[in-house]
Write a protein that binds this ligand. Sequence first.
Ligand SMILES: NC(=O)c1ccc[n+]([C@@H]2O[C@H](COP(=O)([O-])OP(=O)(O)OC[C@H]3O[C@@H](n4cnc5c(N)ncnc54)[C@H](O)[C@@H]3O)[C@@H](O)[C@H]2O)c1
Length: 277
Amino acid sequence: MTTNIRFQGGTAVITGAAGGVGGGLARQAAALGMNLVLADLDVDRLAAIAGTLETEVITVPTDVADPAALEHLADQAWRRFGRVDLLFNNAGVLRAGLSWEISPEHFQRCFSVNVMGVHHGLRAFVPRLLKDGTPAHIVNTASLGGFLSSPMLAPYNASKAAVVSLSESLYGELKMLGAPIGVSVLDPGPVRSGIFDAPFGDGGGNPAVRSFVDFIQGHVNGAGGITPDQSAAHLFAGIQAGLFWILPFPENLDHAFRQRVEGILARRPPDVYVPEP
Ligand SMILES: NC(=O)c1ccc[n+]([C@@H]2O[C@H](COP(=O)([O-])OP(=O)(O)OC[C@H]3O[C@@H](n4cnc5c(N)ncnc54)[C@H](O)[C@@H]3O)[C@@H](O)[C@H]2O)c1
């Protein structure tokens, strides 16, 4: 299967575009000749990335936790470019902690951004895409955490599992309607980015949690990590191939996920999964 969406001259909308993964997506989309609508909370870094791209680009300060902000983003995209071909619901935050110590505010923030941010994106964009009736594609950024539940990252894992589930529902709904809108769910891989920069919010973090986070961060920022541009190349190859599951690092997922599913079917308690994301 391949996709029939328009890359050259098409329009890509990217949330979290000022971050590592989002910046890679923006560069790859620009290299394919796409016009860009870049959205993020971080207006300065958004402008800096936009300034490096040789394509038509607008930046829209956006908090994806706010449904009105996504409506505004869609308004801006259609007003400037008249169509949208690719929507990346990519903005995300990570909070770490022991499940019973993490604050309700931090747990809530993971869901407000990672889950409701995707939902607000769907509510703002899908009706307009259906009305246009042109081929389009929606990519929701999940994570290994959406498939494998490590300790110390409960709100992040739970939110990403929700993104996986929501994406499967969305895929089924669009199929049932016969809409020309594809869906993918993405694990970008172990990408060197800012995602671990403030995992404890304002707090210092429990020492056990801190060493767990240090381990993952060291792995991603060291030899185990890839660049945002490498990640984006995998992603666009997946979209072009018409994949729903864009999970380009089977060595990080498949064995542990199979063990998890087999464990559930055998009614075994979970293995304690420590990611090398
Ligand atoms: N880096 C990895 O290894 C990795 C692995 C799996 C999944 N992911 C996912 O990839 C996505 C991008 O993360 P990243 O690694 O580039 O991290 P990042 O921190 O570099 O980028 C995330 C971007 O999202 C923006 N953002 C945060 N909250 C927002 C909000 N409410 N509204 C709009 N923008 C907001 C941030 O300002 C930042 O620019 C996330 O969904 C993350 O969970 C990353």
